[in-house]
Structures are given as structure tokens and as C-alpha cells.
Design a protein around this ligand. Structure first.
Ligand code: 3NM
Length: 212
């Protein structure tokens, strides 16, 4: 994968969206997101065939836009529909096992310490996400708020490895995350709950461009 694909990395599931997830994703694409992760979690989350059908529709939109379509945690679904990749946490299957299953696809791993970061690299991850950088209401079982210190340390040691920040990132604070060395920002609410998701995505893209 290219680092530039992390610039504005939108994540969403149906419970995160104010309108339909298809509409929200289309607006985010029109605003210039570079990658999308389908993360169908939380109250009211779809499962089984209904989840798969939505995934296929979102995948088609990403394909048309030429951006990677990543699935959170559900490795079986990712393989079933030939998604471009998966994103896993520390509680999921080991990244080395997922790497084998996903073959040439993108594998992203959530990390919270330098040790987890180095393990993810050794296991064959293509990028890591680290957070929560700021307070987030979207995920309740996060680690303590980390700020940008770890991103700086990670970039100092591995300047070329793709890193994205996550958790409570907004148009206002995204610049701080980029300046700490992140290759991009992962957001749910900043786009999915925006009055104008297209504009929000475009503003985040502008923050990325002006910090390069
Ligand atoms: N992972 P929002 S924080 C999915 O810290 C997720 O690993 C996190 O949502 C982590 O952009 C988070 O609305 C939620 O804050 C991000």
C-alpha cells in the first residue's frame, strides 16, 4: 500500500451514520478520503447476510472511487468478498496468522506501545493505527488517551513505516497529529456526524495537504 492512502482514512459502520452508510460513504469519497474501513460494531450492528450485503455495496463504491476497502476484525468476511484488506486489534487473531490468511491484501494493526508496534512490523503489518490520541465517545473500551507522544517516538525510530492516528480526531486537532509524524488520520465521528460529511472530509484532506 501507499502511505498517501492513509491521508484521510474514514471508518464507519451503520450505527455511526446519521443517514444511510452508503450516503455517508459516498459523501466522504466525494470529499476526498483515501481509504475506508467498514467497522460494523456496537448497538444495532448488522451481522450475517445483512452485514455482507452492505459490505458488498460499500466495497463497490470504494472500487469505483479507486480507494482501498478494509474490513475491521471480520477476516472471514474479508476473504469471502475479497476485500482489499483487514484491520485488527490486539485482542484479535495474531497479526502473523492474519498476514498468512490475507496473502497480498492490506493488514492494519492497532498498537498502543512501542513493543506492540515493533511486533506488528515483525508480523508483516502494512500500517498501524495508534490511539486514542484524544478523548473519544465512539469506542468505550479504549486505552487511556495517549496524545501524540507515541507517534513521535514511532516515527523517530521507523520513519518510513506507515502510521495513522485514531481517536477523537477533528478538523481542529488533525494538524497536531500530522505534525507529530502521522501519515494520516483515521476518523469516525468527524465525518459521519458532520453536518456536511463531504466538506468535513475535504477539510481534513486540506489539513493533510498543508502539513506536507
Ligand atoms: N479505535 P472517533 S479509538 C475505532 O484507540 C477506534 O484504538 C480507537 O472514533 C483506538 O473518530 C476509536 O469518532 C474510535 O473518535 C474513533
Amino acid at each position: 500500500m501507499e502511505k498517501e492512502q492513509l491521508a484521510v482514512y474514514f471508518i464507519a459502520g451503520t450505527p455511526n451514520c446519521l443517514t444511510t452508510i452508503e450516503e455517508t460513504l459516498q459523501a466522504a469519497i466525494d470529499g476526498g478520503i483515501a481509504m475506508f474501513q467498514f467497522r460494523e460494531k456496537g448497538e444495532g450492528a448488522l451481522t450475517g447476510e445483512r452485514k455482507k450485503q452492505i459490505a458488498l455495496r460499500l466495497q463497490a463504491k470504494c472500487k469505483q472511487a479507486g480507494i482501498p476497502f478494509i474490513i475491521n476484525d471480520d477476516i472471514a468476511l474479508a476473504i469471502d468478498i475479497a476485500a482489499d484488506g483487514v484491520h485488527i486489534g490486539q485482542e484479535d487473531e495474531p497479526a502473523s496468522v492474519v498476514r498468512e490468511k490475507i496473502k497480498g491484501g492490506i493488514v492494519g494493526v492497532s498498537v498502543h506501545t512501542m513493543d506492540e508496534f515493533e511486533k506488528a512490523i515483525a508480523d508483516g503489518a502494512d500500517y498501524v493505527g495508534t490511539g486514542p490520541i484524544y478523548v473519544t465517545a465512539t469506542k468505550t473500551d479504549t486505552r487511556p488517551v495517549a496524545g501524540t507522544t507515541l507517534i513521535r517516538k514511532m516515527k523517530d525510530k521507523y520513519p518510513d513505516f506507515p502510521i495513522v492516528g485514531i481517536g477523537g480526531i477533528t478538523i481542529e486537532n488533525a494538524e497536531e497529529v500530522m505534525k507529530a509524524g502521522a501519515d494520516g488520520v483515521s476518523v469516525i465521528t468527524a465525518i459521519s456526524h458532520a453536518k456536511n460529511p463531504k466538506q468535513a472530509a475535504s477539510q481534513l484532506k486540506n489539513v493533510f495537504s498543508r502539513t506536507q
